[in-house]
Design a protein around this ligand. Structure first.
Ligand code: ZN
Length: 157
């Protein structure tokens, strides 16, 4: 299994995405981000999307994650929809962590949010279907316990 870096090691593993004046580095973006095409239909803000940006080091792993979910669903879109995996909530997005001056893992393109309406912050919220969690965990991706819509290719400990 892929061993992802600790969050604190994200700069050395994924590169430094910081540009000038609090903006992202466009050079880092063009060197490190690639387009990911999901094997099933996804939506963002009720609009269909065909692809989204992800760090090049995460791309092939995310292909395996999404393929595993697609196979576990028997390639049935209706099951993907029921599991909430078709609702894209964001991947690369240059921003700080909540209540912190550190960069969010979204700033490195190594995180993805799914079905934010269903699985956002809070401990009492539902969990993803085991098929979904298993697919991410098999590739070493972490589902944050306090932010269940969020999967990342970086370790907390
Ligand atoms: Zn997130």
């Amino acid at each position: 299994m892929q061993i992802w870096p600790m969050q604190a090691e994200a700069d050395s593993f994924y590169g430094n995405p910081r540009g000038v004046h609090g903006a992202p580095s466009s050079a880092w973006e063009s060197d490190n981000l690639v387009s990911f095409t999901p094997p099933f239909q996804m939506h963002y803000a009720n609009q269909p999307i065909q692809h989204f940006k992800i760090h090049t080091k995460c791309h092939d792993s995310l292909v395996r994650v999404f393929d595993a979910i697609w196979q576990a669903a028997g390639q049935r879109q209706i099951l993907i929809d029921r599991w909430g995996v078709s609702i894209f909530g964001g991947s690369y997005n240059f921003r700080l962590m909540r209540n912190s001056n550190r960069l969010s893992m979204h700033s490195y393109g190594c995180a993805i949010d799914l079905a934010p309406d269903r699985f956002s912050m809070g401990a009492a919220l539902p969990r993803f279907a085991p098929e979904v969690l298993d697919a991410f965990h098999a590739e070493g991706w972490i589902n944050l316990p306090h932010d269940r819509m969020h999967f990342q290719a970086a370790r907390l400990k």
